[in-house]
Ligand binder design. Structure first.
Ligand code: SF4
Ligand code: SF4
Length: 287
């Protein structure tokens, strides 16, 4: 966790990171020698539908580029024949934890011990999503009744929300995580800015409610009326009236799902002015 702490310091904690000139950023990408310093990447599959892994794969040639130049896939039960969790730089965890299944509980704890950065990939890992409402009764495993988001059992560093998250978002986070771990000072600062809102989501965990969505997104003029929050609410506490979400607060169970699903909740004001430079960096990295 020492490295992660230094990353958090690089991000400046509460303080804003120093601005990075776009020219410098592009230069910095050209200087990078990714092949020599590949990071160890793992995919840990808990109780989920594998949709997030499919979204990773939907990067097509982009995924090949990532695995060629930036990351070695050292653990992935679906794609690699490795049975024991190895040391990893970045662990992408898909799915929630079934707390009646000792193996799953041990697996997530082991993942935390052996990973520098733990990423909750998708809404099941981040918020429990639909598994939060599973109540057992499945033919082969009727004892499996309760599922928790991984943040309820371990510290999580980054959330990538979505059901599933978009391939583009996963790719961007992968490139930025690489720069955070292996980049020069400018690259680290920029990656820190990009990841800051996703780290803030992880810090907030599942405590958000509709009022947070109202305060941080709708009242800031950021809502684009996409309806994702309403679709993600497990208790149908959100409806759409006149193109904008309306919450029934007495129904809200404060699960945080709408907040994490909203594409504007992790689009903060620190990142907006940097977005062009970030896009250039990512495009440069994927060439
Ligand atoms: Fe949002 Fe619905 Fe969860 Fe409340 S219950 S936090 S409105 S998703
Ligand atoms: Fe607005 Fe976010 Fe809900 Fe979309 S998900 S309607 S942007 S609050």
């Amino acid at each position: 966790m020492g490295l992660l702490n230094s990353i958090k310091k690089t991000m400046g904690g509460e303080a804003k990171p120093a601005p990075v000139a776009t020219e410098k950023k592009v230069e910095a990408t050209k200087e990078a020698k990714p092949v020599a310093n590949k990071i160890k990447l793992g995919h840990v599959h808990l109780s989920g539908c594998t949709g997030c892994l499919v979204s990773v794969a939907d990067n097509y040639l982009g995924l090949i580029k990532l695995l060629d130049d930036y990351a070695d896939l050292v653990y992935c039960l679906t794609l690699a024949d490795v049975r024991h969790i190895p040391e990893m730089d970045v662990a992408l965890v898909e799915g929630s934890v079934c707390i009646q299944d000792k193996e799953s509980v041990e697996e997530i704890k082991e993942t935390r011990k052996k990973s520098k950065v733990v990423v909750a990939l998708g809404s099941c890992a981040s918020y429990g999503n639909i598994t939060r409402f599973a109540r057992g009764g499945q033919h082969n495993q009727p004892q499996h009744e309760s599922y928790l988001p991984i943040g309820n059992l371990i510290d999580v560093d980054v959330y990538i929300p979505g059901c599933p998250p978009s391939p583009e978002l996963i790719r961007n986070v992968a490139v930025m995580a690489y720069l955070l771990l292996q980049g020069n000072a400018d690259q680290k600062a920029l990656a820190g800015k990009y990841l800051k809102p996703l780290m803030a989501l992880a810090k907030r965990g599942t405590t958000a409610c509709f009022c947070d969505l109202m305060n941080d997104v709708i009242n800031q003029g950021l809502c684009m009326g996409c309806g994702t929050c309403a679709a993600s609410c497990p208790v149908r506490a959100i409806t759409h009236e006149f193109g904008k979400p309306q919450g029934q607060r007495d129904l809200c169970i404060k699960c945080g799902s709408c907040y994490g699903a909203c594409p504007r909740s992790f689009f903060n004001f620190d990142v907006i002015p940097e977005f062009e430079g970030i896009s250039e960096i990512i495009a440069g990295a994927m060439k």
